[in-house]
Ligand binder design. Structure first.
Ligand code: NAP
Length: 299
């Protein structure tokens, strides 16, 4: 049995679209739920559903052992939490605000110094998805803190522990978003190309684009294996030399149709460079070798 069950009081700080959904899920699951938001009126619908309104963040965090924070950014996180070190001592903060691994590690160090349990989280759902089987939330930080609160956190979506490094959830959250935005870039470019020929976009999308992209996602584990081992030439499925010819056709087709290729041009340039460097027999994964190390990168 975890420390948090359906009777455990929970505090939710931040009642934007996401915070409201989180607090609502706790209320639906029977948790006594205390809420605070900078703009107090946003708590009204939750209070009508049984939540307790706290007048101040300090009043909110002393209501129970588990404090969920979901505000816009880390500036807001620090603005709310930094003055509350004494009130938070002995409690657990679960910070579901989107940020960087470095920002998460910084708050975790502060929490540790003040005797506050800390988990950082990455929400992989939109607000209406909270509490549904599709939702999952990544958590990182001390394993024992996660284990103590896992059952309560499951109310929000599948609670997925990704490691003791407090930055791990943020890193993997941002990596998932990176994959998503890459897909969106391709989708927008694809739809722009067919729109130029007055193709019915919804039909093209549902009958062709979605099945095609879904089929291509089956390549992801193979690519991950090649990248893990930097073995770009092993079990090659689609060699880069062949792909660069297709890319020339894609580029020319955009020109013919009068559509700019800005969304994918950087990728195509890297593929052409990789081929020019003599890696045309490899898979596309070798293109990752061309990513420059950023300033300030962690080893
Ligand atoms: P939102 O609707 O824009 O709400 C932002 C919240 O942050 C509000 O409660 C706002 O308070 C509060 N806030 C902003 N600045 C503040 C400050 N200086 N001090 C105190 N509170 C402050 O955003 P959201 O959709 O709820 O997103 C919250 C977090 O969840 C973000 O980090 C976001 O990336 C993450 N997230 C969102 C989604 C999504 O689809 N919505 C999905 C995954 C993750 P006021 O009401 O007073 O302005």
């Amino acid at each position: 049995m975890s420390d948090v069950d359906v009777r455990t009081p929970v505090t939710v700080i931040g009642l934007g679209d996401m915070g409201v959904a989180l607090a609502g899920a706790f209320l639906d699951a029977g948790h006594p739920t205390t809420v605070w938001n900078r703009t107090a009126a946003k708590a009204d619908p939750l209070v009508a559903r049984g939540a307790t309104r706290a007048e101040t963040p300090a009043e909110a965090v002393v209501a129970g052992p588990l404090v969920i924070v979901c505000v816009l950014d880390y500036e807001a996180v620090h603005g709310v939490l930094d003055p509350l070190a004494d009130e938070l001592r002995g409690r657990t903060v679960v910070n579901l605000t989107n940020g960087t691994p470095g920002q998460a590690r910084e708050v975790a160090t502060w929490a540790d110094e003040h005797g506050i349990g800390y988990l950082d989280g990455g929400i992989m759902a939109v607000p209406p998805g909270i509490g549904t089987p599709q939702a999952f939330i990544l958590y990182s930080g001390a394993r024992e803190v996660f284990d103590a609160h896992k059952d309560g956190l499951e109310v929000l979506g599948a609670a997925t522990y990704v490691g003791a490094d407090p930055g791990a959830a943020s890193l993997q959250d941002l990596a998932l978003l990176t994959g998503m935005y890459g897909m969106f870039a391709g989708v927008l470019q694809s739809l722009a190309l067919v729109r130029s020929a007055e193709v019915e976009l919804p039909e093209f999308a549902s009958t062709l684009l979605v099945p095609w992209i879904s089929a291509m996602t089956t390549m992801v584990p193979h690519y991950a294996d090649q990248m893990q081992r930097r073995a770009y030439g092993e079990n090659v499925v689609s060699n880069l030399g062949m792909q660069s010819v297709a890319l020339d056709n894609i580029t020319r087709a955009h020109d013919e149709q009068g559509v700019g290729l800005e969304l994918l041009a950087p990728l195509y340039a890297l593929i052409r460079k990789r081929v020019a460097d003599g890696h045309g027999a490899e898979d596309i994964t070798g293109v990752a070798e061309l990513l420059r190390a950023a300033k300030g990168a962690r080893a």
